[in-house]
Design a protein around this ligand. Structure first.
Ligand SMILES: [Zn+2]
Length: 826
């Protein structure tokens, strides 16, 4: 009896113990043993809520965002009562430690560990592990929380995860079938890996094109954790992979960062060895491309790591792998839970060291380039500012001053006079190392064996003139962007045509049924000169629009689009506005192929581009339905990168050719070009290889993989020559920097327009193998060939790749609206 009274007394006086009684394990809460079913996203969220309710003094739960399909993005802050009470102070102290917040940090012995789960939706053991890790941190490993804050994101990609889980739940046998050939081990297109728009969120950290990334970065940059782990899965035959990572390492990675990865790996090894579990380190997963869940945090000062469990979408609840081992979801999540806890353990042991070393990372006084100076189109500068803001990278305007340094356009030293319209980004700022990574002309590659792109330099991607200067360029705080003038009554209005902002403006006008013209030749009117591609909106064309001037003004204000008024159709320099060289833009009906055969990434890029960027309607056609599709309902058919063996057969090809001959337009991207190259009726052809045959038989077994890199181009930047008198290139200069993603080489078109092409194949940034390079001279990059009244438009290089190559997007818009403009209504 006394015992009961004592318990009663303790509970009354200590409410945290009372609530802790309600803390349920994931298995108790879910109603099944964890790992014996896949939990849907809302169940994961509900479990986290139940834990936060049970132990509110140790778990603070926050919804930080919503996905495209309206699922919740959540963060749980897990620590001791004391730390949770001081959460905001600890966060601010950490930012003071980086210099991002002014003031001296007072308490610097709490480690901040951020665990990110399930960025790839079908690598689905992660979110299960997140639940178990949360529970174990609050029970058996409570000791670790005394000096660590663990931030858990149980699912970075809920839309992808639920796509996988819902498919698996409706497909799997009961009990599950371990036979690899069973349909439950064969996910349908597009699989659960990507998000709603089929983007790979683990390639999106630096470009932040997706809502999941954008919302996450807001929180990430407010916290700046010391350790960040991104949990993944690889094929079912692979053992576990953890840090230290593989070469190449980007040169800004500090000795501390790479040494501590080794300590972490050794701590994990202790647990894996005790159980006899297999693992590998220092192979395959490198640290170079800045847009991953390991590199991005690393370049932000963290110890950023990828952990890979064998499993993936193929494995379901259980699969018999090639080594006749039955790999189960239970085993997969147990491994991820082990490394998660081991990571927190090593962080806790080194909390104070983590803080001091973290602070050192943010000293950027000795970087080679002190300032990057960028000039060019105001819209492009603005879109770059938007990107920099996503990363809390500071920028200013240049003072009127001469700048000497590396000229990105020429690839040589040069100088120019900067003015207040030039953007300056200094490297001596807290995010200076990320500035270097994103802006430097050519990232130093210590090893060519990387399987992602090796170049991304921002000035090329944004189409801006830029100089990298080794001395600090004078600059001052930014001026606000100017607003545009209210429109007066006039004969017509002319808009420039250089940027995606201009393209969005056009798309909006077309959607509102404005009649818009574009010029194929430069002209001048009212003392102003207008380039090819300029848009002309006349009062005469738009009599059907009531309150035309006021409506146009509303759109112009919304898009901050400056318009020049013209008073007459008579131009000082022809063409006149009524000339056949100034054509009506047709309100194009655009279709795109989707599903089996298309690359889901490429299709997703096009889908996202039309829906979220251009904001112009797009009809998606299932490849299975192509032969039954009435193409005459569309003006444009986009064929994404993909493999179209069965889809583009003789029948569908002749259907497409007939439709093009009648005036249709095909836009084909990257791998889709294979369906036309060398085929009857097409002048598109592969370029025969010129590289000398080396005696491949004599290359040793050990050197084969490395030798193979000679044939590779893994995302490198080249300068192309551009025929900017062709409508596909309106708004561009006579040179354009392209991101080449592969070594496919097509000859220049004999009968057709070579709109952009490589002359000499000089690499401006990134890696290109010598054999691949030898074949790239005089090859096509973008082109058009006519067939009857219509056109085939070729994108050898995919300008929408991961949606970050801003300067390539207008080629795409031009292809849709300007190229071979037939101005026929449907
Ligand atoms: Zn993954």
């Amino acid at each position: 009896m006394q015992k009961f009274l004592l318990i009663f007394f303790v509970l009354i006086c200590n409410p945290s113990l009372l609530t802790a009684q309600n803390l349920q394990s994931p298995s108790d809460f879910l109603g099944y043993d964890i790992g014996t079913q896949f939990s849907r996203h809302h169940q994961v969220v509900d479990y986290f809520k139940s834990v936060a309710d049970a132990v509110p003094n140790q778990v603070k739960l926050e919804q930080y965002g919503t996905t495209n399909e309206r699922r919740k993005l959540m963060l749980a802050y897990v620590s001791s009562e004391e730390n949770i009470k001081n959460l905001e102070t600890i966060r601010e102290n950490n930012l003071k430690n980086t210099g991002l917040l002014d003031g001296e940090p007072t308490n610097i012995d709490v480690a901040i560990v951020w665990l990110s789960y399930n960025v790839h939706g079908n690598e689905a053991s992660s979110s299960e592990a997140a639940m178990l890790t949360l529970y174990k941190l609050l029970t058996e490993r409570k000791d670790l929380l005394e000096n660590t804050i663990v931030i858990i994101d149980p699912c970075l990609n809920p839309d992808g995860r639920d796509r996988y889980v819902n498919w698996y739940n409706k497909t799997a046998s009961q009990p599950y079938d371990t036979d690899v050939q069973a349909s439950e081990h064969n996910e349908p297109w597009p699989g659960g890996r990507p998000n709603h728009y089929l983007f790979d969120l683990n390639r999106d950290w630096a470009w932040a094109t997706q809502v999941e990334t954008q919302q996450r970065l807001e929180k990430y940059n407010k916290w700046m954790p010391h350790i960040h782990v991104d949990f993944h899965e690889q094929g079912p035959n692979e053992p576990y992979y953890f840090a230290p990572a593989a070469e190449p390492f980007h040169e800004i990675i500090s000795d501390w960062q790479s040494d501590f990865q080794t300590q972490i790996g050794q701590n994990h090894a202790k647990y894996f060895d005790a159980e006899g579990w297999l693992f590998f380190t220092r192979e395959r997963f490198d640290l170079f491309y800045p847009s991953y869940g390991d590199t991005y945090p690393t370049y932000m000062g963290s110890i950023g790591m990828t952990y890979e469990q064998g499993g993936h979408g193929i494995s379901g609840l259980g699969i018999l792998n090639d080594e006749s081992h039955e790999l189960t979801l239970v085993e997969r999540l147990t491994h991820h839970t082990t490394t998660g806890l081991s990571t927190v353990e090593i962080a806790s042991k080194n909390a104070s060291k983590l803080n001091t070393e973290f602070a050192k990372f943010f000293n950027n006084s000795d970087l080679k380039y002190k300032s990057y100076v960028l000039t060019g189109n105001e819209d492009k500068i603005n879109s770059l500012k938007t990107l920099l803001n996503k990363h809390d990278i500071q920028f200013e305007n240049a003072n009127s001053t001469k700048v000497s340094g590396y000229n990105y356009k020429t690839g040589q030293q040069g100088s120019f006079t900067a003015d207040a319209n030039s953007l300056v980004v200094h490297t001596n700022q807290p995010k200076g190392k990320m500035v270097k990574v994103l802006f430097e002309p050519n990232a130093k590659l210590t090893d060519s064996l990387t399987y992602d792109i090796t170049a991304w330099s921002i000035p090329y991607a944004y189409g801006l003139d830029a100089y990298a200067s080794t001395s600090k360029v004078l600059s001052s705080k930014l001026m606000e962007r100017q607003t545009v003038q209210t429109l007066n009554d006039a004969y017509g209005y002319v808009s420039k045509w250089n940027s995606m902002n201009d393209a969005k403006f056009l798309a909006e006008l077309l959607k509102q049924d404005f009649k818009v013209r574009f010029t194929e030749k430069p002209f001048s009117s009212n003392g102003s000169k207008f380039d090819r591609g300029s848009l002309i909106i006349t009062k005469g064309d738009n009599k059907h629009i009531k309150d035309f001037v006021s409506k146009l003004n509303t759109v112009a204000q919304e898009f901050t689009q400056p318009l020049t008024e013209i008073t007459s159709g008579f131009s000082q320099m022809t063409p006149d506005i009524g000339s056949p060289d100034i054509k009506l833009v047709n309100k194009q009906k655009v279709a795109v192929l989707s599903n089996e055969g298309t690359s889901s990434l490429s299709y997703g890029e096009i889908w996202h581009f039309f829906e979220q960027q251009l904001q112009y309607p797009l009809t998606s056609i299932h490849t299975d339905d192509l032969s039954e599709t009435n193409l005459s309902k569309y003006n444009v058919l986009i064929i994404p990168n993909g493999y179209y063996g069965k889809v583009l057969n003789d029948d569908t090809m002749s259907q497409i050719k007939d439709w093009v001959s009648d005036g249709g337009k095909v836009i084909a991207i990257d791998g889709a070009l294979r369906n036309f190259a060398g085929k009857d009726g097409f002048s598109l052809n592969y370029k025969p290889s010129e590289s000398e045959d080396t005696d491949d038989n004599l290359i040793s077994y050990a050197d084969r993989e490395r030798e193979y890199t000679n044939n590779l181009i893994t995302g490198a930047i080249f300068k192309t020559k551009v025929d900017n008198t062709h409508p596909m290139a309106f708004g561009y200069d006579s040179e354009y920097f392209t991101l080449k993603l592969g070594s496919s080489a097509y000859s220049l078109l004999d009968s057709g327009y070579n709109v952009a092409y490589l002359n000499d194949a000089k690499v401006y940034s990134g890696f290109a193998g010598k054999k691949a390079l030898a074949d790239l001279g005089d090859t096509l990059v973008f082109g058009e060939e006519r067939m009857g009244s219509g056109s085939f438009i070729y994108f050898v290089d995919n300008t929408l790749f991961r949606s970050f190559w801003e300067n390539g997007k207008l080629f795409f818009v031009n292809s849709v609206f300007f190229v071979n403009n037939n101005t026929f209504e449907l």
